[in-house]
Design a protein around this ligand. Structure first.
Ligand code: UDP
Length: 348
């Protein structure tokens, strides 16, 4: 099978690419490296069944070729991370809506199977847990930047389902809840890599708000398993699925766990939301998925506990820190290579 992964140099996309390569499929990745990284796909580059294009999904010509070439499309390319969303709302809205519209439009020609990744953010301020796929979505006001992400993703969902209903493009929508694991960067505010990096550097661990907010964290390997299982099921077409873990932890407890597991002497400090993000920032107190729909179709249950997941992240970031000096000295070579890759991409 030929698999196209938009955003394939990202955290989840690169794990997904690895999965399909390991199962003898051919993988095509398109990524503009805006939030993804060449490092994530570096080990895959030598693979005969792997091709990648350093380009924006919005480059219609390139994306059209790729959609035509492939049997299935995982559309992961998106502006993600709360910090990025608060800081660059225009980019968030435009990237998320335009890219999805283009992918669906191109997929419609030959009715290609498309999986569109959405987010648990679309549930917004709902307080009844757990969140079910058919629940009402409760957005905040448009004056608060955070909600632009949820809203742009909700529009992606409507589009994907409309393309199925009206044009018979076989689409599936997934709502990813907090997903963590090796290669996730803390650059865009994600809590687990942030805390682990802070703990390893003996810096203050920054808990935003009062730390009583809770989240459920799914290991990226579990997320990849759910994504691939859904792609393989024709019954998933025209449907929306939550993908997440149901084991909850408060952010304060998470900070303590990370500190204990890393053996760090870091202090845990509380930072008001207005300093961490912006004035009037609204956080979600809880966010728990109901995954019974996913389970009923695929039998999916997470294999990794939070401890397993944190262990993997800690070990990944420890190695990355040790490699940092080498990476820095390799930086000029990397720039050269990226330029070379770009030329290859343009020729293909
Ligand atoms: N958070 C935190 N410290 C950080 C980064 C995030 O306390 O350094 C909090 C954030 O305010 C939220 C939770 O951790 O309540 C999860 O944040 P993340 O951005 O990882 O995902 P979200 O669930 O907000 O999409």
């Amino acid at each position: 099978m030929k698999v196209l992964i938009t955003g394939g140099a990202g955290f989840i996309g690169s794990h997904l690419a690895e999965h399909y390569l390991a199962h003898n499929d051919e993988v095509f990745v398109i990524d503009d490296l805006s939030t993804g990284s060449i490092e994530n796909i570096r080990p895959l580059k030598a693979h005969k069944r792997f091709s990648y294009f350093l380009d924006s999904v919005e480059n219609r010509q390139v994306t059209a070729e790729l959609v035509d070439e492939c049997d299935v499309v995982f559309h992961l390319a998106a502006a993600v991370g709360v910090r990025l969303i608060v800081e660059s709302p225009v980019r968030t809205i435009e990237t998320n809506v335009r890219a999805t519209e283009l992918i669906l439009n191109l997929a419609a020609k030959k009715k290609k199977r498309v999986l569109v990744t959405s987010t648990s953010e679309v549930y917004g301020k709902r307080t009844q847990m757990p969140f079910q796929e058919d629940d009402d979505l409760l957005m905040g006001p448009s004056s608060k930047g955070r909600w632009s992400y949820a809203c742009s993703k909700a529009l992606d969902e409507f589009l994907a389902l409309a393309y199925w209903k009206e044009k018979r493009v076989p689409t599936t929508v997934v709502r990813l809840f907090n997903t963590v694991g090796p290669r996730q960067t803390g650059r865009y505010g994600m809590v687990v890599p942030n805390f682990v990096r802070q703990a390893l550097k003996q810096e203050d661990i920054t808990v935003y708000g009062d730390g009583t907010q809770r989240r459920c964290f799914l290991h990226v390997a579990d997320a990849v398993r759910a994504l691939t299982q859904l792609m393989a099921k024709s019954q998933a077409v025209g449907e929306v699925y939550n993908i997440g873990n149901t084991e909850e932890i408060t952010i304060q407890d998470l900070a303590e766990k990370v500190r204990a597991m890393t053996g760090s002497a870091s202090r845990i400090v509380k930072i008001p939301y207005k300093e961490a993000y912006e004035e009037g920032f609204e956080d979600m107190l809880r966010r728990v998925p109901d995954t019974s729909k996913l389970h009923a179709l695929t039998g999916f249950v997470p294999r990794y506990t939070l401890e397993d997941t944190l262990k993997d992240v800690i070990s990944h970031l420890r190695t990355a820190a040790a490699d940092q000096a080498t990476i820095a000295s390799d930086e000029s070579t990397l720039v050269q290579e990226v330029k070379g890759d770009w030329q290859i991409a343009a020729v293909i």
